[in-house]
Design a protein around this ligand. Sequence first.
Ligand code: NAP
Ligand code: ZN
Ligand code: ZN
Length: 319
Amino acid sequence: MQLDILFCGVCHSDLHAARNEWTNTVYPCVPGHEVVGRVTKVGSNVKNFKPGDLAAVGCMVDSCRRCEPCRHGLEQYCEVGFTGTYNSEDKKSGGITYGGYSNFMVADEYFVLRIPEKLDLAAVAPLLCAGITTYSPLRHWKVGAGQKVGIVGLGGLGHMGVKLARAFGAHVVLFTTSPNKKEDAMRLGAHEVVVSKIQAEMDKHLNSFDFILDTVSAPHDVNAYLALLKLDSTFTLVGAPEKEPTVHPFNLIGKRRQFAGSLIGGIPETQEMLDFCGQHGITSDVEVIPMQKINEAYERMLRSDVKYRFVIDMASLSK
Ligand code: NAP
Ligand code: ZN
Ligand code: ZN
């Protein structure tokens, strides 16, 4: 099916890709995997969408659909490798996929999501990556009431992590390197805010967390967070800096702690997340920009100056 793209969120992965920080970018590259649009055409086998419907596309546009993870709706862990919305080999039509910084796209119905009614469309776009990438690990590690949960970094992913962990009933502590984000973090749902550069503030939380989700986009010390976990608790990395982290063994073995990772979320879970956000009125806090401001937006993201997701208004392409 074909959609006209209305809005596309700006993920830090777009910046990593545009600048070849993961050394796998194929140019020309069209980033963008937080896509909200309106259906314009459908093929004869499309069942659940018709022209005029709102629709969304996230980080994947295809997978093998036969392997065990695919059969369990975990297409992001497809054993053959999923086809990313951009900068990915297109196994069906050849060439490389181009993403959502664009007027329109064609996608397979299975990878197209339904958008809940009444939510602001620009603010829905970031749910397709930032939303699901935080929802999935919070659900997988069963975050909920009675637990103390840490979210590291208040950017696109981090602010969704705060909102979702709060909605799941946890006691939420936000770790930031930016003291000026304290008030925002509390407004977004954090119960406590810790400025991670102040050791005394970190020390107050030693051995106390049930779960910590790290969304930081740049190299940083993960040991400082491992030391805050309780016995048998998990630290999960979703941030993907270009340099590998160093883990001190004693930070794991001393309290049987686990160091884990998590990749976006499968299609059924992405729809579940969108429906959950619809029911709870959860969207992203966005700054809508015209396409012409994308390079400025990237520079601001590198300075942690984003509140809390840039979203491109595609109407700006025809101006
Ligand atoms: P973002 O909006 O730029 O936010 C990143 C945040 O990290 C910043 O706002 C800042 O928060 C913190 N930070 C930045 N530099 C730092 C440094 N040197 N030391 C400590 N903290 C720092 O980025 P995003 O879009 O949320 O993406 C975050 C990361 O997740 C990226 O690496 C992205 O590629 C990755 N990602 C992974 C997945 C997945 O499936 N696992 C999916 C999407 C994105 P404070 O100012 O609060 O410190
Ligand atoms: Zn992303
Ligand atoms: Zn598969």
